[in-house]
Design a protein around this ligand. Structure first.
Ligand SMILES: [Zn+2]
Ligand SMILES: [Zn+2]
Length: 644
């Protein structure tokens, strides 16, 4: 038999060779690290016999697909331990997640920390005994009968959603069997280090009308060191949690009595938002955009025309009754910009049109998925829509991508994860238009010399797109910018422009969000900078600290001078010792502290301290103002060392 390896080389293997045997033939290192295999694009158990002519890849923990298999298998091990210790527990689902895995169980009482310890101890035995995972296929009817006999209502519900005639797989290791698509590790012994990190309530299928389940989260690794590294990162992430810092720094709040997922920006948070918005507006005007405003509600007919009441219904708030008609809280700004486009007959001379709006939208999210500022129900999108002729499309896309990256860089994000999503099977619009749009997106990425991956067929039904995730200081990737073509709405609304030859043509339309939403971006900024914002973003940029009350007057004069230079300043007039005042400003993460005593007042000078960096020496007031003004204008956003 012949198989093809990922590097394109062909290899002869004897018939019946499994993935595990192939890994061993390639080398002992790979044999030890092999977790699963990919055959003709599908991830399979490592023990699967290879097929003649197949393309084969061996997956290790370094590959995200390998990690998924590893973590999902760990969830099975955890479920076995839970079932043995708490036999009445019902099983729901146990998928891998971004880092680690969870399993949802139905059980009257939540798991206590002592329960988690007992589960970990039992898991250690199961791992040590190195049980093999074995797969068994059953026809759907038999699978149903089996789960009915075992009284597993959640598993049965999963089965009910599967198409008839499917063959169903069960995986068994040790005494534990689970309904599961697989694939799995060869055996439990591969799991060398693991930890159960937390337990929390979670609704079945994220739906608050369904039962509340008990979810246990865990992580696992093929080496002890990887677990230690992870736990360190987890500790750091906890310190940076935007919900915790939002409280400590008095930036924002969310109120159950007002409704979940709705954000209240406190004065200091609002200061930062104001700085971001001012900067955003300035850059957009400089970049050839016009800014617009549109309402928060509109008649539902508009959303019927746009198609949102069909494909987007689940993400919309229920309509409200006004004058015997239904109005809809807007989930998107696009149809409004389209109405404005249609307010007059557009000629090719009017294009490209670039309209941007800080548009507040409302989207229904299940309560279980709401998370601080990162997942909310009301948020302000920094939205823009481009309307252009087919000839202008390439340069428009190039322009919008360069614009996006230059703004992200100013916020301190220089590392990206970029994905291009192309035409899915079901799509609207002409295939030729899709192709030229995809080409424009590719060329824009290549002209910026950006590395990107392609999600073939992963685009929305209405157009291809580029998604930009920014990587924060901890290496975590956050979705921010999207550049999304739309062949659907121009058609549904009958958009036109009059071309050079007098013919009416359809313009290209592109949706673009750059920061994503202000709320979410704020959350990302807080975590990226651990609340210690660079000078240009800090809500309070400078705290002037008089050593005693005798210098209060001079301190106020210093503050006034700085304010006149456009800086955000407070005077710390607390009736406390200097050390306590400095400590307070450090906890508030104010970037610059100017300490003034008798000596400084005499010399018209200030003693400069920087957050986290300490004493920076004494300078004349004028020079200090000049330096801070320069730093503020240059938007230096490099993260500073944060020692706490
Ligand atoms: Zn499984
Ligand atoms: Zn849009």
């Amino acid at each position: 038999m012949h198989i093809t390896l990922p590097d394109g080389s062909r290899r002869e293997v004897s018939s019946g060779t499994t993935g595990a045997e192939l890994a061993a033939q390639i080398g002992p290192g790979l044999a030890r690290g092999a977790l699963a295999l990919v055959m003709n694009g599908r991830v399979r158990d490592l023990g699967t016999p290879l097929e003649d002519g197949a393309t084969v890849e061996i997956l290790t923990f370094d590959d995200p697909r390998g990690r998924e298999v590893f973590w999902h298998s760990s969830a099975h091990v955890m479920a076995q331990a839970v079932r043995e210790l708490f036999p009445d527990t019902l099983l729901a689902i146990g998928p891998p997640i971004e880092e680690g895995f969870y399993y949802d169980f139905d059980r009257g009482t939540p798991f206590s920390p002592a329960d988690l310890e007992a589960i970990e101890a039992r898991m250690a035995d199961i791992v040590k005994q190195d049980h093999r995972f074995a797969c068994r296929e059953l026809p759907l009817a038999e699978a149903k009968a089996r789960l009915e006999a075992e009284r597993e209502p959640y598993k049965l519900e999963i089965l009910r959603d599967l198409p008839d005639g499917d063959r169903i797989t069960f995986y068994t290791h040790s005494t534990f069997t689970d309904l599961c698509r697989g694939p799995h590790l060869p055996s439990t012994g591969r799991i060398k280090a693991f930890k159960l990190t937390s337990a929390a309530g979670a609704y079945w299928r994220g739906d608050s009308t369904r039962p509340m389940l008990q979810r246990i989260y865990g992580v696992s690794y093929p080496e002890r060191k990887l677990l230690d590294d992870y736990l360190k990162r987890l500790e750091e992430a906890k310190k940076r949690d935007h919900r915790k810092l939002g409280r400590e720094l008095d930036l924002f709040s969310i109120h159950e009595e007002a409704g979940p997922g709705l954000v209240f920006w406190h004065p200091k948070g609002a200061r930062l938002r104001g700085v971001v918005e001012d900067y955003w507006r300035k850059r957009h005007y400089e970049g050839g955009y016009e800014l617009v405003y549109s309402p928060h509600v509109a008649k539902i007919g508009l959303w019927e025309t746009s198609g949102h009441t069909g494909f987007y219904r689940e993400s919309m708030f229920s309509p409200m009754e006004v004058d015997q008609g239904a109005y809809q809280l807007k989930p998107m700004n696009c149809p409004f910009h389209i109405l404005m486009y249609q307010s007059s007959l557009r000629s090719y001379r009017d294009l490209p049109i670039r309209w941007a709006e800080l548009g507040t939208v409302y989207r229904y999210e299940l309560p279980g998925v709401l998370h601080g500022l990162l997942r909310v129900r009301g948020f302000t999108q920094d939205d823009a829509h481009l309307f252009c002729t087919p000839e202008q499309m390439n340069s428009e896309i190039k322009g919008v991508l360069a614009f996006t990256l230059s703004m992200l860089r100013d916020f301190g994000f220089r590392d990206y994860k970029i994905m291009l999503s192309t035409r899915p099977e079901k799509a609207v619009g002409e295939p030729a238009d899709w192709e030229s749009a995809e080409t424009a997106l590719r060329q824009a990425l290549e002209s910026e010399q950006l590395a990107y991956s392609v999600d073939e067929g992963g685009g929305a039904f209405y157009g291809p797109k580029i998604d930009v995730q920014v990587k924060d200081v901890m290496g975590r990737a956050w979705q921010c910018s999207t550049i999304q073509f739309d062949f659907n709405m121009p058609q549904r609304f009958g958009l036109e422009f009059v071309d050079k030859d007098g013919q009416r043509r359809r313009p290209f339309m592109v949706h673009r969000a750059l920061l994503g939403s202000l709320e979410r971006f704020f959350g990302i900024l807080i975590e990226h900078y651990a609340g210690a914002f660079p000078l240009w973003l800090a809500p309070v940029q400078v705290a002037v600290i008089p050593i005693t009350d005798h210098q209060l007057e001079y301190a106020r004069r210093v503050a006034e001078t700085l304010r006149e230079a456009g800086l955000r300043v407070t005077v710390n007039d607390h009736n406390e010792k200097l050390g306590a005042k400095i400590r307070f400003e450090e906890t508030q993460k104010v970037p610059v502290m100017l300490v003034v005593g008798e000596k400084e007042a005499q010399a018209n000078a200030v003693a400069v301290r920087r957050h986290g960096l300490g004493d920076q020496g004494t300078v004349g007031l004028n020079e200090c103002v000049q330096r801070l003004e320069d730093e503020n204008r240059s938007r230096l956003a490099a993260p500073r060392p944060e020692k706490e």
